[in-house]
Design a protein around this ligand. Structure first.
Ligand code: B12
Ligand code: SF4
Length: 495
């Protein structure tokens, strides 16, 4: 069968598509796990943000797909639905399959006729079995993890148990299936690699637990190394390890760093996300190993520097400092310090605008970010489907916006007990631009040609909404903010 797999073009504030265009790891993993006789094409639409419709039309003409699969996050739902409407016109007999976080956690949003099949949870085995059933005309009722159209209604099969990764059931991704070019991280070709899946924490805002339960499964190192080598052989010079929480097993992470060095793959630059507690508590051994293995950017899930907010986010434990087996405070500062001491850069993940947040609480977090992190990744609480935080925020009546395309993390769609959503977003936006601008010299030193070539576009993106009049102080920040929001809204019209 001819299969076309698409990821959505929508990007968000902290990942401007000028500087960062990353492949979607799910699609190549699906491509690597279907039966080999299928012709699979993978297209990451982030690479063609300005010409989505033309590209999809051309892909459909070229590949004549029998099945199109879309990978969708919640803020991309509207774009996906628009694309589906277009696909139905282009090829009415097409079977449309959706998967990823939004279809898995809000399947009912897709069963109004838009999708033929929703794949809930992990996709490799379900999608392989689905294609077999399509090919042979068999019924879909025995395939776990599917919700599918039958006649005029939808049937929901039982959930698929989480796949253990240890036994080799999930084969390597097929990067050769990609048909678009242009992945980049500040000019370096970038790819994604997984070494594990899952997490055993239960932060209230995170979708992972509803998606997979609280578990942690790991790939064997020889598979991980083969995967990195494949990415490198196809040109990658930067790799994002997309594990949900690689720092759950610090000993394994340290051993992985050694394995990367032993395989001489440490000339690649790595990015990873981790917990402050793991880095602070084990960092004296771990940080030098990470540096040696080539890690450059470490995304830290700091979430908030105030204890009350950490309580709301249920993120206290993962940010706890421990000494001699006892909890002795917050781990963030120590984690940042250790990473900096070993020459790595900190992407600081913070969430501001929580229910009890006052202006002072938000400013305290912004002050912290301004002082300690290299790249701020500050978001607002966002009610993604099926998370405990969503239920809590809804029960308190704090969600003020149901336009899902704005659920991108940097649009405040939730008010606090003291501040409007608009005020919360304004407070973050006005300071964060300057924190980002401060990272320019570091980026310039590291990627001079890329940054020099793209500096005007990068600055224009960071300071969207600014004008000569605003620079001269002839306009208020509020006026600039309004223009920024209008620009942001216009950008979301990808299709
Ligand atoms: C890596 C990652 C990123 C990366 C890379 C994204 C990329 N290009 O793929 C970056 C840093 C860019 C990123 C950014 C964002 N992310 Co993100 N990200 C993740 C993370 C950590 C891992 C995703 C991953 O690659 N997993 C590995 C692959 C193999 O697994 P998978 O994606 O789940 O896919 C499997 C199944 O879902 C399914 N599947 C997926 N697609 C499809 C399609 C079909 C057809 C089928 C059949 C099956 C299927 O099969 C796959 C294989 O089993 C998750 C989870 C987490 N713990 O935080 C969040 C997560 C996906 N991100 C999320 C969000 C919200 C964002 C942001 C909007 C803001 C933010 N919080 O940072 C931005 C926006 C991205 C953008 N386009 O600009 C949310 C999504 C919530 C939701 N309900 O939509 C998650 C779940 C985190 C959370 N908050 O809980 N992200
Ligand atoms: S530690 Fe990270 S991956 Fe785990 S539940 Fe919390 S936010 Fe999600």
């Amino acid at each position: 069968m001819n299969v076309l797999l698409l990821s959505m073009p929508d990007s968000f504030e902290h990942m401007s598509s000028i500087t960062i265009r990353m492949p979607n790891g799910a699609l190549t993993s699906l491509a690597g796990n279907v039966d080999p006789h299928h012709r699979v094409a993978v297209a990451d639409l982030i690479l063609v943000q300005a010409r989505v419709r033309e590209t999809v039309d051309a892909l459909v003409r070229e590949h004549a797909p029998d099945v199109v699969g879309l990978s969708v996050m919640t803020f991309q739902r509207r774009t996906a639905l628009r694309l589906i409407a277009r696909l139905r016109v282009l090829r009415p007999d097409l079977r449309i399959v959706v998967g990823g976080y939004d279809p898995s956690l809000a399947p009912d949003a897709w069963t109004d006729g838009s999708a033929d099949v929703v794949v809930r949870g992990e996709g490799e085995v379900s999608f392989r079995e689905l294609l077999r059933a399509f090919e042979t005309g068999r019924s879909l009722d025995g395939i776990a993890g599917l919700t599918y159209r039958e006649g005029g209604s939808y049937r929901r099969n039982p959930d698929r148990p989480v796949t253990g990764l240890e036994g080799g059931e999930v084969r390597l991704p097929d990067r050769g299936a990609r048909v678009l070019r242009g992945y980049t991280l500040l000019g370096r070709p970038v790819d994604v690699v997984e070494t594990s899946r899952g997490c055993t924490f239960d932060c209230s805002f995170c979708s992972i637990i509803e998606m997979r339960g609280r578990d942690f499964h790991t790939y064997a190192f020889d598979r991980v190394i083969a995967d990195i080598e494949d990415a490198r052989d196809r040109g990658a010079r930067a790799i994002f390890l997309v594990d949900d929480n690689i720092t759950l097993n610090v000993k394994r992470f340290a051993a992985l760093c050694r394995a990367i060095v032993d395989a001489r793959l440490h000339t690649i630059e790595y990015m990873v996300q981790g917990m402050t507690s793991a880095i602070a508590n084990a960092g004296e051994e771990l940080a030098p190993l990470m540096k040696k293995a080539g890690f450059r950017y470490v995304f830290l899930g700091i979430e908030n520097v105030l204890e009350e907010d950490l309580g709301f986010l249920k993120a206290g434990a993962k940010n706890a400092r421990r000494e001699g087996g006892r909890r002795t405070g917050n781990a963030t500062l120590r984690a940042v310090e250790l990473l900096h001491e070993h020459g790595m850069l900190v992407v600081g993940g913070l969430i501001v605008g929580n229910p009890s947040d006052t202006r002072e609480a938000i400013e305290a977090n912004l002050d912290f970010a301004a002082r300690h992190v290299d790249w701020p990744y500050i978001q607002h609480p966002t009610p993604y489907p099926a998370t405990p935080m969503t239920r809590d925020l809804e029960a308190r009546g704090l969600v003020i916006n149901d336009r899902l395309e704005e659920y991108d993390g940097t649009t405040a769609v939730v008010k606090s007990e003291h501040l409007s959503a608009d005020e919360i977003e304004f407070l973050r936006w006005r300071r964060e631009r300057f924190m980002k601008a401060r990272h320019f010299p570091t980026a310039l030193a590291h990627s001079p040609w890329f940054v020099l070539r793209h500096a005007p576009a990068m600055l224009a993106h960071t300071f969207r909404g600014s004008s000569l009049r605003s620079v001269l102080g002839l306009e208020s920040e509020r006026q600039v903010f309004a223009r920024y929001q209008a620009r942001r809204a216009a950008e979301r019209e990808y299709v």
